[in-house]
Ligand binder design. Structure first.
Ligand SMILES: Nc1ncnc2c1ncn2[C@@H]1O[C@H](COP(=O)(O)OP(=O)(O)O)[C@@H](O)[C@H]1O
Ligand SMILES: N[C@@H](CCOP(=O)(O)O)C(=O)O
Length: 314
């Protein structure tokens, strides 16, 4: 569970007065999540999730929340923000930007099956098609982000890890980033951010990593997250093909994307290895904090390094 900023009943009751969501009945801290403070909130009019945003600044929220509204407006199932009575999409509680979302049915996935994987491939392709119709936003330079964080972490790493990081950062620079189609992306579409009821997708959550970046990067994050099992250290390539097929049924990859595919899988693995290392070496303290183990992503980087020949059709 992560609760960095506790909220009392009285504070929440006062905060909810800014919305038309009825009277507070119950609320409780959520036993999942890494980066933000989340509470389930029940009122006499509905069920919601309150997020005190810790991971990004308020200046990024208009982009993120507008992106979610564009997706839901175009038929992509997502938890959507509730408007304050002023019309705004977020408020402020205990010195944090605060977002009240609809609470989705279903549950996050631990071990997605093939059908659920196909659904997510299709949904991601649809999301990228919607994103392509939106006005362009300032792009995030993933390779610079990784290089900056990598520099800070280098002194904390063992020699073999330093070499792996160095090698992967070099490889990242070989990608023709500017040639890749880009737009708003989720950037953290792990199975625990997709709520399913059986094989039915109820909706996506946790858009707080959303940014403007190559669609291929989003696809590779999703492939690694859905197909690489960190416990058994195995990559389910059949499942990856299912995701790729369903994705490409609505958005085929172009030649530049196909050429960058195997390198981008490595970037996607490195990005989460680095952020998990950051969470360990540069700790953010809280009342209750969940941290994910970087070892799984390091294993994945090694596996991808050994299989650099991985191509689209493999
Ligand atoms: N809109 C929602 N509807 C239902 N459950 C949600 C919703 N938002 C978050 N949750 C629950 O809260 C958990 C943590 O949310 P998440 O956004 O992943 O947190 P964090 O941003 O800290 O990673 C999720 O695993 C899910 O169980
Ligand atoms: N998905 C990331 C961690 C980000 O946490 P989330 O709870 O916001 O998804 C990882 O696995 O490292």
């Amino acid at each position: 569970m992560s609760v960095y900023t506790p909220v009392t009943r009285e504070q929440l009751e006062r905060y909810l007065q800014q919305y038309s969501v009825g009277q507070l009945i119950d609320f409780q801290g959520i036993e999942a999540g890494v980066e933000n403070t989340n509470y389930f909130v029940t009122t006499n009019e509905g069920r919601f999730v309150l997020t005190l945003v810790e991971s990004v600044s308020a200046t990024q929220l208009p982009f993120i929340l507008d992106y979610i509204e564009q997706l839901t407006g175009n038929g992509v199932a997502c938890a959507s923000p509730i408007h304050l009575n002023t019309g705004e999409l977020y408020g402020q509680l205990n010195d944090r930007p605060a977002v009240l979302m609809s609470r989705l049915a279903g549950a996050p996935l631990d071990n997605p099956n093939d059908q659920q994987a196909s659904v997510i491939g299709l949904t991601l392709g649809q999301m990228h098609n919607v994103a392509d119709s939106l006005s362009p936003a300032q792009a995030v330079h993933i390779h610079h982000w990784c290089a900056d964080l990598g520099d800070q972490l280098m002194p904390h790493l063992a020699e073999e890890e330093q070499q792996i990081l160095h090698y992967n950062l070099q490889d990242t620079g070989q990608i023709a980033w500017d040639a890749l189609p880009s737009g708003p992306i989720h950037a953290d579409l792990f199975p625990d951010n997709a709520l399913f009821d059986g094989d039915q997708l109820c909706g996506l959550i946790d858009f707080y990593h959303a940014c403007s970046a190559p669609y291929l990067y989003d696809l590779c994050i999703t492939l690694n997250a859905w197909c690489y099992d960190e416990q058994s250290a195995t990559y389910d390539f059949n499942k990856a093909l299912l995701i790729l097929d369903s994705y490409q049924s609505v958005r085929p990859l172009n030649n530049d994307e196909q050429r960058s595919f195997s390198r981008m899988l490595q970037v996607a693995a490195m990005r989460f290895w680095l952020s998990r290392l950051r969470d360990i070496h540069f700790r953010k303290e809280g009342e209750v904090v969940t941290r994910k183990d970087p070892a799984g992503k390091l294993q994945l980087l090694k596996l991808l390094g050994e299989n650099q020949h991985l191509q689209m059709a493999s």
